[in-house]
Design a binder for this molecule. Sequence first.
Ligand SMILES: *Cc1c(COP(=O)(O)O)cnc(C)c1O
Length: 492
Amino acid sequence: MNYVSTRNKTIKITSSEAILQGLASDGGLFVPEDIPSAGLAEAELISMDQYELTSHVLSKLLDDLDIQAVSAAVENGYKGKFSSEDLTPVVGLGSDSVLELYHGPTSAFKDMALCILPHLIAASCRKNGVKKDILILTATSGDTGKAALAGFADAPQTKVMVFFPAGGVSDIQRLQMITQEGKNVCVCGINGNFDDAQRGVKNVFSNVKSENVELSSANSINIGRLAPQVAYYFKAYADLLRQKKIAWGDKINFVVPTGNFGNILAGYLAKRMGLPVGKLICASNKNDVLTEFISTGKYNRLRPFYQTASPSMDILVSSNLERLLYFASGCDDELVRQLMNDLNEKGSYKVSDELLATIKSDFLCGCASDEESLASIKKVWENFGYLMDPHTAVAYTVLEKIRESSDIPGHTVILSTASPYKFSGAMLEALGSSVPADGFESMEKLNDITKVPVPENLASLKDKKILHKDIINPDEIIPYVQRKAEEKIWVK
Ligand SMILES: *Cc1c(COP(=O)(O)O)cnc(C)c1O
């Protein structure tokens, strides 16, 4: 199976090469030429544990890596790193379920992929005889950064560099990043928002060449990021079968709190690989660019940018939508190239009614304000004794709003993407408490009120030293990377 660029199908490489490159040379994203079938019967799906299931799904998508290498990547990536024995528990919430994806080492769903990615990169280097170091460039709206740093810290043959919006992440998210230890890590704030950081990083790929390092990305533009995320959709289905909430073949829906469209695209791939999925519900916060797109077919990034209580979703250019456009248009690379050109040059594009109808056959959408989401947190806590973070609350709220006007047939799973303790301030506000100025006091207060345990990795931040202090403007990213790429050793 080849991987091709969404903007030019004649650019063809293997899956391990796609992992190493991250982004295609023409700016497109790599996608499998044909989406493989997972080929799982009920008995097989139920009998596999999460390690086996993840390895199985990965080996379908990353078919030029041998299965032993893939299994080892999954095993080494996940073993001993999660706070719950079940890596991604599926718990009941009223008549729906919640898929908890935040029990990994940094308390965000990004861990699901970023624990594994360094091992996939190492395997891909071996497969392709790459001897240079790989420099992982990452733009983050808050959670990817820390998960990438934790995943890659001191990993062999790699360096990792993270750019985050200096004023656009939560206190705890910032501390998680700037206290990161490791000989091969670099963290830098940007005077700008996530889109500025992401654009800057994408530009590096076409502008920086180095003798010392090969550039790659830990953002969900990298197929090695996306592939492990496909697996937990299958795992959720298996859990629901085991819990007897559904029968084999029943279609289920997923509500996904969405920013860069990576998580929900993984759900789409799961569906195309054969998982019985009804609707994928794309939930946005006040930055409702995707709600408008899925409702009207017009994507318009020229709109106000809002900082919200769900900062990891504060995004106006959702990169992975490009992959959906490619698949939903029947692999029309020329169309994708033109749409992405329009997005770049005019700031917007519009798809045909036919393409929009195809997208709508798989997706529903909606958005929720901070007021609505925070009210949901309080309501769900009071009614069910369940604490959900502000991102998950956006998904919950959107599901409720859609149900006001139409029925969604089938069991529905809400993807929960972060620990509430990463956003203790917003949580306290939601629960009607005053918010201490200090992030750690907020954590303790939230713990006092709810008795939900604080994840160890967050509690221990308090004693960590601040190691990274650089803050630069978006237009300084290229020279910054250029300079850093030439430095052999980063630790002073
Ligand atoms: C990254 C993130 C999201 C958005 O996921 P995408 O794959 O970018 O759509 C949602 N919630 C949290 C907590 C995140 O960290």
